[in-house]
Design a protein around this ligand. Structure first.
Ligand code: MOS
Length: 697
């Protein structure tokens, strides 16, 4: 049990410290870092989905004026580590998916690099590829773990027997599509190799973690971490795709190493991001839920089939939330993977929980319907006393309060009857729960120095638009017991003490805890009247995390859907979420994260779908003209509220992490609202016109 920080700066609605620089365009992003005489790199990509590169004719490219360098698998440097095959760029002539990097051109301008890359003639020994995900594949396999290290399969009780004996059963298959992160700022780097310097490699990279990026790069190139500096003050969105480096980062560094002294810039094009920046695997979820007439679950089971790449396993932990969400004496969760000739899947906002709450939360709606029970009440009735999976007490769990408060605020009790008609529009409302685990990442350290009357806090943390520049000073101010204006924070550089990745909604939990420890040490050492230059450092590690409690944030989301009775046009005029996510550091930046994630959930419900062309093995709609993302016109009234939750078990701030929970459950709430409006149950996302039009009443 931790003593919570006394909030003074925490909880204040402070404006973003980086806001002015961003609005004025003076905030520098990785690609625009001011450097002397930058050169520009453009990747060459495979145009077959599987096979070998037998030859590359680079003569025309090399002859173009302004071309500085062409690298291919036949002449690129040999990397120190090729263990991670996503990072093993240009190490082999093998092609494992269409669009894989098979070369790079560096030139005096980005246009010239691109033009030169286009002139390179490649011959292949092409082989048949196989990139079709299905539940019938004979080669589905059981991964050893699912991300990051959860049991692959779990079972408790006898689901089959419970299903056979139950009053009401729902057995259905649900599916989520392939999704791409598409942050506004593409994946981009500027790399500078200066042999002989103390720190020979400097990498300005758009990343969710400068220290993790440094570790990955150092390993691949066989450098000591001290020989690499990674810098990233600002990120134009990441959502997980910048949580680990991708091949583009290694390619930029490799190009820079071949041109000592020349900074090399490499930004992926939007189309390249649909191949090289990771994506969320499509999932197929076979659900079974069984209950008595009283609505109490006797069984809940999810059997997940999803994909990974042949060169690198990524096992999305889709079944995880089914293990802990509701009280059911029998439970089963399984994961099976198909390893396909496809790009490498990766992290995307609430990996696991986001797709993994779609099937269960729609299945519960179907169960409520079968029982003739209010879907809010059905969830309340299945509230578990302790974590069903581990038997641990909750650090705090206020799902029921979120459902109740959300219902009140939304006007749930007065919801229109099924298939209610308002003029030409069918109107319905839906609900779903949200959940996200409260994590702390491995190691983070912070340094605090008294400098010219102010407290300077240094830590290699990231702000990918989430608000770290603003919220970390609030934590430091309360930990030091000084006004927030007296605190300056420096983040986004490996010159500062080591910080964990901005991932798993754990950034503030981890870095904030490190800052609190550093503040304690500072005060213990120097008291309340420090001298100029006094400094102290301290931090946290994973081992310090409370392991006696099951720690999660919870939420409830309510949606109103309107479907045009003749055209099937779907509008979502109202979304409302209530979250119990621990203490909120800054309501302004927090609200932005909640409604941003809910909007991303709406986007997943209505539009997002990377359409996989199995014939050629690539995403057919690989640009923002055809991969649709919710825009302002799609969003009506979006509200995020939160409970004043005090959780003494999670960390010194009482924070649970808020970056991801807002996308969890949203798509299910939309589907449930559409069902109420139309009587059409869409079990495969997204809810597009074709799925509604033919079945409209
Ligand atoms: Mo998030 S997908 O854990 O960066």
């Amino acid at each position: 049990m931790t003593e919570l920080l006394r909030p003074r700066a925490i909880g204040r609605d402070l404006a973003r410290r980086d806001g002015v620089a961003k609005v004025r365009g003076t905030a520098t992003y990785a690609f625009e870092t001011p450097v002397e005489a930058p050169a520009y790199a453009h990747p060459v990509q495979a145009t077959v989905a599987r096979g070998r590169v037998t030859a590359m004719d680079t003569a025309a490219a090399e002859a173009l004026e302004g071309v500085l360098l062409v690298l291919t698998p036949f002449d690129a440097e040999r990397l120190a580590s090729t263990e991670d095959r996503e990072y093993a760029v240009l190490q082999s002539d093998e092609v494992a998916f269409r669009g894989q990097v098979i070369g790079v051109v560096v030139a005096e301008s980005s246009e010239r690099a691109r033009q030169a890359a286009d002139t390179i003639r490649v011959t292949y020994a092409e082989r048949e590829h196989d990139s079709t995900l299905s539940v019938d594949r004979s080669d589905l396999y059981t991964p050893e773990k699912v991300n990051p290290s959860y049991e692959t399969d779990t079972a408790e009780g006898d689901v089959a027997a419970a299903v056979a004996a139950a009053d009401v059963v729902v057995e259905q298959t649900y599916s989520t599509a392939m999704y791409h992160n598409n942050p506004l700022e593409p994946h981009a780097s500027t790399a500078l190799w200066e042999p002989g310097a103390d720190v020979p490699l400097t990498l300005w990279d758009s990343t969710q973690g400068v220290h993790p990026a440094r570790a990955a790069v150092a390993k691949v190139f066989g450098l000591d971490e001290e020989q690499v500096r990674v810098v990233c003050p600002y990120v134009g969105g990441g959502f997980g795709s910048k949580g680990t480096p991708h091949a583009n980062v290694m390619l930029a560094v490799m190009a820079a190493r071949a041109l000592p002294g020349r900074p090399v810039r490499l930004a992926l094009t939007r189309q390249q991001m649909f191949v090289l920046a990771g994506y969320r695997t499509p999932t197929i979820q076979r659900m079974q839920v069984a209950a008595g007439r009283d609505g109490r679950l006797s069984a809940i089971a999810i059997d997940v089939v999803e994909q990974t790449s042949k060169i690198k396993e990524f096992a999305e932990q889709t079944g995880i939330p089914t293990r802990m969400m509701y009280a059911s004496p029998s439970r089963r969760t399984t994961h099976r993977l198909a390893a396909l000739d496809v790009p490498v899947p990766s992290w995307m906002r609430a990996p696991g929980e986001c797709p993994g709450m779609f099937g269960p939360e729609v299945a519960l709606d179907e169960l409520a319907e079968a029982l003739g029970m209010d879907p809010v009440e059905l969830r309340v009735r299945n509230e578990p006393e302790v974590d069903p999976e581990t038997g641990k007490p909750w650090s705090s769990r206020h799902l029921v309060e979120c459902l109740r408060e959300g219902a009140d605020r939304f006007g749930w009790r007065d919801r229109p009857p099924p298939r209610h008609r308002d003029g030409d529009w069918l109107v319905g409302t839906g609900v779903a729960s949200s959940v996200y685990p409260t994590m702390r990442q491995a190691t983070s350290t912070s340094l605090i120095r008294f400098e010219a009357g102010r407290y300077v806090v240094e830590i290699g943390a990231a702000d990918l638009g989430t608000g770290t520049w603003t919220t970390l000073p609030q934590i430091a101010a309360d930990a030091l017991d000084v006004p927030v204006e007296d605190v300056e924070v420096r983040i986004g550089d490996t010159r500062y003490p080591i910080a964990s990745v901005a991932g798993g909604s754990s950034g503030m939990n981890t870095w904030g805890s490190a800052v609190v420890e550093a503040a304690r040490t500072f005060r213990d050492t120097f008291g309340r009247n420090p001298g100029d230059g006094d400094e102290a450092q301290n931090g946290v590690d994973q081992a310090a995390t409370d392991d006696d409690h099951a720690a999660y944030a919870f939420g409830a989301q309510f949606v109103e859907a309107r479907v045009h009775a003749d055209t099937g046009e779907l509008r979502v005029p109202r979304m409302l979420g209530v979250f119990a996510a621990g203490r909120i550091i800054n309501p302004r930046t927090a609200r932005s994260q909640f409604i941003g994630a809910m909007t991303m959930g709406l986007s997943m419900a209505l539009h997002e779908h990377s359409v996989w062309d199995t014939r050629i093995g690539q995403v057919a709609n690989h640009d923002l003209a055809e991969y649709h993302i919710a825009v302002n016109a799609d969003v009506g009234d979006v509200q995020a509220h939160w409970l004043d939750e005090h959780d003494p078990h999670v960390n010194a701030m009482g924070t649970k992490g808020i970056g991801e929970i807002g996308i969890v459950g949203t798509a299910a709430a939309v589907v449930n609202a559409v069902y109420r409006a139309t009587g059409i149950r869409v079990r495969a996302l997204p809810v597009t016109l074709d799925k509604l039009l033919a079945a409209l009443p």
